[in-house]
Design a protein. Structure first.
Length: 291
């Protein structure tokens, strides 16, 4: 079975998330179940300040979450600006499986989640509340790059049956405008899967990723023959080309193909990703664009 199964995910916390995914993949489970279980780990961890419970709030003090999931049959589900639910990826999966739609936002997404039996919770931790109070002293909005070396969790996997799936979940940029939606819940921007070709996820400054339809571009690059790393590199170069300066912008992509090859590429140094396959679970530094 060669390089199957394999799971790849963004940033340091990807390593712990990969363990939950591997438990499923190594027992012949589906890539879809694996990526959902994997990203639920940082979602539920209040120490992770960029995803799910414990994520930093928007400028008005609301924790609003974005997430999506996509499977081998091009089926996808997504939620944006969702409040009070610890596991938005699982709500996204319910949107995929229990509705005729792809995406639900805001109050409608919350109503649906509650209908589906999800628990309404306060997601603003004491640490986040304090950070927000501190931020209000000068209210500057400058998205930081490589926040604490972990950011959005994106995860893509190839299972023993040769099927690909992916998931992506985030609290978005801290101190964003209320209602701001990033790339992470947008199919084709934060996540894209085509079971004939490969899968890709993105992290970093969502506005830049959306502008180029980031992960759809990465997958199309692979369709035309790029390796996963080349495909990510060409998408990064597209962003670089469209900006006078990328000094303050970080974007990272990771990708896998049908053969189980994987790769990543970012604008700046400092992006890393975790890979778990038969060779074990390890963190790799991404290649990056140099001026
Ligand atoms: C977003 N790509 O919402 C996500 C995560 C992020 O800095 O905040 N990156 O733009």
């Amino acid at each position: 079975s060669g390089r199957k199964p394999v799971v790849v995910s963004t940033w340091n916390f990807g390593k712990t998330a990969n363990e939950a995914a591997w438990e499923i993949l190594s027992q012949n489970g589906s890539a879809l179940d694996a990526v959902e279980a994997g990203v639920r780990v940082p979602e539920g961890n209040p120490e992770v300040r960029t995803v799910g419970y414990g994520g930093r709030p928007d400028r008005d003090g609301f924790v609003t979450l974005d997430a999506c999931i996509m499977d081998e049959n091009d089926q996808c589900g997504s939620v944006a600006a969702l409040q009070h639910i610890k596991h938005p990826v699982s709500v996204a999966r319910k949107v995929k499986e229990e509705t005729p739609h792809v995406m639900l936002v805001g109050q409608g997404a919350l109503d649906f989640a509650l209908d589906q039996g999800f628990e309404k919770e306060d997601l603003l931790t004491k640490a986040s509340q304090e950070d927000w109070e501190e931020w209000q002293k000068n209210t500057e909005y400058q998205p930081e790059i490589n926040i604490e070396n972990h950011d959005t969790i994106g995860m893509i996997a190839l299972d023993n049956n040769g099927n690909l799936s992916g998931a992506c979940t985030t609290s978005g940029t801290a101190w964003k405008m209320h209602g701001r939606v990033g790339d992470s819940p947008l199919i084709g921007s934060g996540l894209f899967v085509d079971n004939e070709v490969g899968a890709a996820v993105a992290t970093g400054l969502g506005e830049e990723i959306i502008r180029i339809g980031g992960t759809h571009l990465v997958v199309e690059n692979m369709r035309r023959g790029d390796s996963p790393e080349q495909a990510c590199k060409h998408a990064v170069e597209r962003i670089v080309k469209k900006n006078d300066s990328v000094e303050d912008i970080q974007v990272g992509f990771i990708a896998i193909n049908k053969e189980g090859q994987f790769g990543g590429y970012s604008i700046q140094e400092g992006f890393n990703y975790a890979v778990f396959d038969k060779a074990g679970n390890r963190l790799l530094d991404s290649s990056y664009w140099v001026n």
